[in-house]
Design a protein around this ligand. Structure first.
Ligand code: FAD
Ligand code: SF4
Ligand code: SF4
Length: 477
């Protein structure tokens, strides 16, 4: 083992510099700076090169983390990039937005006595540098294959599959109902976590590699699913989950109460330079308003922090459990608090006030009970504890369910799970329809970008295995 490694005993953890609160409240740029070369090398050298690297075990992509950390520490960055990009289609994106505290870094074994290795920041540094140095080459298949694959959905699952299939020489067309590529990477996740240029750069890279994109194509709407099946040898459904969970209670239908994704898409489109009437009219713009966001997941965190940047008068997050039991990343809660968001824990809405527009949320205090069947603490209202929060804009961020895929695609034989997600054979990623595969949130339910990438890559590998097996069979006949 090189002397460069194992530096954790005397070198403290250093995370990339965070921009000052006042500056970051004023724009949608990323809040973390990038490591410089010296910091990246030093931080990578803290790794103890574990025999069984729990960081890799807990990375959904099984990234070869200790090896690319070692190469980074030794200044062999191009090799580090080769290794890192061999298992991850978008390492610079995962390095920015994976909840590392729950995945690789949360399982780094030096964490107990010493702070974990800053794996995500090094991963991001490696690929950002690779782009700058021109090491990221367009996809160049060794052979062209005749089979054509149609992918529905240009989110991370669809794009990861597209890259893997195109690298193997398949003819790949990706269809999306939006006008830009990226799925939630472009229109869901705000720029302060993932700047849009990073996503647009990947779009160009995929196009340069020969992947075709058909945008503004609503499959199941103007273009039928059946026509796509007829046009391609295989189909991959990677359409994500978009049906917002609704909120009940008196007044819940009042104007001024809006779904989280409508709000975030509007903000992202505005940031990308589009003219968005809902933003200019103020309907989906928090400027000057008292904003209440309901929910405790990543989407809620993105909404509160977007509202702060739009110059809201006040931003309150109501969540029915406490900080320790919330689903969102604690790192993002800390960032939101620093930026001025007020968190009201253990509080749930019971009614929405106002006549022709929402003016406030009446909420009730909750207390945590015993864990339920899922292991999560139950929550019960505390009688007589109601209070009111003024609100001109209420954002519902309670999570998403899948749309009814068999109905949307007019394919009743597409089978669903009990949760409404697409049912697949877990070994092959094939749905109940032969030649139709599925990956990402539409299979898992709302999940993470890194899992979508993993699924997309696995589905592509499975299609390739099937094609190869069929060709061998044909050759043997
Ligand atoms: P999506 O990214 O949803 O992409 C699906 C694509 O399919 C979309 O482009 C959609 O337009 C298209 N589509 C759908 N139906 C059709 C149709 N009928 N015809 C044509 N196109 C169609 N994960 C993280 O790891 N870190 C985070 O910080 C994080 N933050 C998040 C913040 C928000 C606000 C949200 C909503 C999610 C966040 N996630 C985060 C989760 C992550 O974005 C998703 O798990 C991931 O994007 C799922 O990828 P996907 O490819 O399955 O679906
Ligand atoms: Fe960690 Fe995500 Fe990178 Fe895996 S992909 S090493 S979980 S940041
Ligand atoms: Fe290095 Fe931590 Fe992974 Fe061990 S668990 S190999 S110390 S990054």
């Amino acid at each position: 083992m090189t002397e460069k490694m194992l530096q954790f005993t005397h070198l403290a953890q250093q995370t990339p510099e965070k921009r000052k609160v006042l500056a970051r409240r004023a724009d949608f740029d990323e809040i973390y700076a990038r490591f410089d070369t010296q910091a990246a090398k030093a931080q990578a050298s803290r790794c103890s090169q574990c025999g069984i690297p729990f960081c890799s075990v807990h990375c959904p992509l099984s990234n070869n983390i200790p090896d690319w950390l070692k190469l980074t520490a030794e200044g062999r960055l191009e090799e580090a990039y080769e290794l890192s990009s061999a298992t991850n289609t978008f390492p610079e994106i995962c390095g920015r937005i994976c909840p590392q505290d729950r995945l690789c870094e949360g399982n780094c074994v030096i964490e107990k006595g010493f702070d974990s290795v800053t794996i995500g920041a090094v991963e991001r540094y490696i690929t950002d540098t690779a782009f700058e140095q021109g090491w990221v080459k367009p996809i160049a298949p060794k052979t062209e294959r005749r089979q054509s694959i149609g992918i529905i959905g240009a989110g991370p699952a669809g794009l990861a599959a597209a890259e893997a299939l195109r690298s193997l020489g398949y003819q790949v067309t990706v269809y999306d109902r939006h006008d830009r590529v990226g799925g939630l990477l472009i229109y869901g996740i705000p720029g302060f976590k993932l700047e849009k240029d990073i996503v647009l750069r990947r779009w160009k890279w995929l196009e340069d590699g020969g992947i075709k994109f058909v945008l503004n194509a609503d499959i199941g709407g103007a273009t039928s699913f059946a026509s796509l099946r007829a046009a391609h040898d295989n189909i991959l459904i990677a359409t994500g989950v978009y049906k917002p969970r609704e909120i009940a209670g008196p007044g819940s239908g009042l104007p001024g109460i809006v779904p989280a994704l409508d709000y975030l898409i509007t903000s992202n489109r505005h940031g990308l330079g589009d003219s968005v009437p809902d933003f200019t009219s103020g309907r989906l713009n928090a400027a000057g308003k008292n904003v209440v966001v309901i929910g405790g997941g990543d989407t809620a965190m993105d909404c509160v922090r977007t509202a702060i940047r739009q110059n809201a008068k006040s931003v309150t997050c109501l969540y029915r459990r406490d900080r320790e039991n919330m689903p969102g990343s604690l790192r993002e809660v800390g960032n939101a608090e620093d930026e001025g968001v007020v968190f009201t824990w253990l509080a749930a809405p019971e009614a929405f006030l106002g006549d022709d527009h929402v003016t406030g949320v009446r909420a009730t205090r909750m207390h945590l009970g015993l864990p339920d069947a899922s292991g999560r603490m139950s929550v019960d209202p505390i009688a007589g504890s109601s209070f009111t929060v003024p609100a001109d804009l209420v954002i519902k961020a309670l999570g998403f369910d899948p749309e009814d895929a068999p109905a949307a695609f007019n394919e009743p034989s597409l089978k669903l799970t009990g949760w409404g997600t697409l049912k697949i054979d877990p070994a092959s990623f094939e749905t109940s329809l032969p030649g139709v595969f599925a990956a990402g949130d539409i299979v898992r339910g709302a999940s993470l970008v890194v899992w979508a990438i993993r699924d997309g890559r696995d589905a592509a590998a499975s299609m390739h295995r099937q094609f190869m097996a069929a060709e061998m069979l044909q050759a043997a006949e």
